[in-house]
Design a protein around this ligand. Structure first.
Ligand code: ZN
Length: 90
């Protein structure tokens, strides 16, 4: 794997750099209801500053039926560390 990351910006021809490690991403069901919380990382292109979220764990942090799901989600939201899948279908 290259030194900085294994993600490369196809627009700028530069390796992306870590911006945030350990953010929480909420995956939604088809009807928009909460499904799973994932830990992942944000990489950013140093030129165009576009970001991508990569490096999802093998297992989710929580699933919608887990008793601690909402608490985990709230902690991530309160620490400005939360991203959620858009409910809009294209
Ligand atoms: Zn770029």
């Amino acid at each position: 794997m290259p030194t900085l990351s294994n993600t490369f910006c196809a627009e700028c021809n530069r390796f992306m750099k870590p911006l945030a490690i350990g953010v929480v991403v909420e995956e939604k069901m088809n009807d928009g209801q909460p499904y799973k919380l994932w830990l992942a990382d944000i990489l950013e292109c140093p030129v165009c500053e576009k970001g991508v979220i990569v490096g999802f764990g093998q297992y989710p942090l929580a699933e919608h039926f887990d008793p601690h799901y909402e608490r985990r989600k709230k902690i991530a939201i309160d620490s400005d560390n939360f991203y959620e899948e858009s409910e809009e279908n294209e």
